[in-house]
Write a protein that binds this ligand. Structure first.
Ligand code: NAI
Ligand code: MG
Length: 358
């Protein structure tokens, strides 16, 4: 059979990004080898990030998106380092890619792994498994706003930061959430809002949701204010299946979700351009973790989960599933990094997952 080759941009960027991307590539290479030549990966290395910034004054080259646009996917680590202001590094690389490639759907699954202690009482007996769908192109992170009156006597500086909600943007993320819910056993979409306090953008958001919901009579819905949803995550997570939220709300809630699963190092995410006009980007939820970078102890599981989402995106559902099973088995065997109570290194976990691929 002909080999299908996936051309993938590898962008470790900063800190533990280097360690976990290398680990993720090893696992993906093992999966390709196990496929007996049915598919393979061609890696394109990009050294963009905070060191690149120190050399060039930019997080990526001016034609960076041009260099990526014909590839099949982007395998990303984490960006940010104390030498560069966080808003510069984030906007200069990660958000530039998300916006430039219209990766409007960010998905962040939350699940409980064997042997990993969750801060939620009885987490493993409660069948917890939900997925946060984040609107990833507009909302509070649209970049609309400005600063003025700096140094002007008497007033002090003034800034505005506006949230943007478009009908098209709302509709496409809700349809995505409903379509996803149809593939899951729970068949439920919880929409997060704050329309009691934000009477323009969030009211449009609510109205579009109600309209889209009419096309999915088979899916249960609920509307929950973001503050109440934060409480619900902790108190009644078994009630959650697909949770759809704006850019800011989902950013916060998904970190809460990953903390509930036991560590930020476990959480995976995909930034999808569902129209497939541009490459999608797969990355762990965590940042560059400067406190543990370079020590070989970073948890690679979030990166592995992101690799599984990438395999799914390529239609390799069986391989994605077997990677998830290998992660589960590795945890069952107690091969865990320090953040989840073990003593294993990044390398130990990587090797165990490869051995468990079966
Ligand atoms: P962080 O996620 O890097 O670290 C938070 C805590 O989680 C730290 O104690 C860290 O050691 C731990 N942690 C994170 N990933 C881990 C892993 N794989 N294994 C074990 N422990 C892990 O968040 P923080 O400290 O707020 O940000 C550090 C830098 O990362 C900043 O420059 C920030 O802007 C950037 N950042 C980048 C993100 C991205 O590229 N998507 C997301 C979040 C932060
Ligand atoms: Mg975040």
């Amino acid at each position: 059979a002909a080999t299908k080759t996936f051309d993938i941009a590898s962008i470790p960027a900063d800190g533990v990004g280097h360690e976990v991307v290398a680990a993720g590539r090893e696992v993906l290479e093992a999966i390709a080898t196990n496929s007996g030549g049915q598919f393979g990966f061609e890696w394109r290395d990009f050294d963009w990030g905070s060191e690149y910034y120190a050399r060039t004054g930019r997080m990526m080259p001016e034609d960076g998106l041009e260099q990526l646009k014909d590839l099949d996917a982007i395998f990303f680590g984490a960006v940010g380092w104390p030498t560069v202001p966080d808003h510069v590094s984030l906007w200069g690389l990660r958000i530039a890619i998300c916006q430039g490639f219209d990766q409007w759907a960010n998905i962040r699954p939350v699940s409980m792994l064997p042997n990993v202690q969750s801060p939620i009482v009885g987490a493993h007996e409660r069948d917890l498994d939900w997925i946060v769908v984040r609107e990833n192109s507009e909302g509070e992170y649209s970049g609309f706003g400005g600063r003025n009156f700096s140094g002007r006597e008497g007033l002090g500086e003034v800034s505005t930061q506006s949230a943007v909600f478009t009908e098209v943007g709302c509709e496409r993320i809700f349809r995505f959430a409903f379509d996803l819910a149809r593939t899951r056993p729970g068949k439920k979409v919880s929409k997060v809002t704050k329309s009691n306090a934000q009477q323009y953008g969030m009211v449009l958001w609510d109205e579009v949701f109600d309209r889209v919901a009419q096309d999915y009579p088979d899916i249960e819905t609920e509307s929950v204010l973001v503050d109440a949803m934060a409480a619900k995550f902790v108190l009644r997570p078994e009630d959650l299946d697909v949770v759809v939220a704006s850019n800011l709300h989902a950013d916060i809630l998904s970190d809460l979700g990953s903390a509930m699963s036991g560590s930020l190092g476990l959480a995976a995410s995909a930034n999808l351009n569902p129209d497939r006009r541009f490459p999608s980007m797969f990355e762990p939820v965590h940042g560059s973790a400067p406190d543990i970078a370079g020590q070989g102890i970073a948890n690679p599981v979030g990166q592995f989960g992101s690799a599984a989402l990438m395999l799914e995106h390529f239609g390799l559902d069986v391989e994605a599933k077997s990677l998830q099973v290998a992660i589960d088995r590795t945890c069952e065997q107690g091969i865990l990094t320090r953040d989840v109570g073990g003593t294993a290194s990044t390398h130990d976990v990587t090797q165990a997952v490869i051995d468990n691929l079966g």
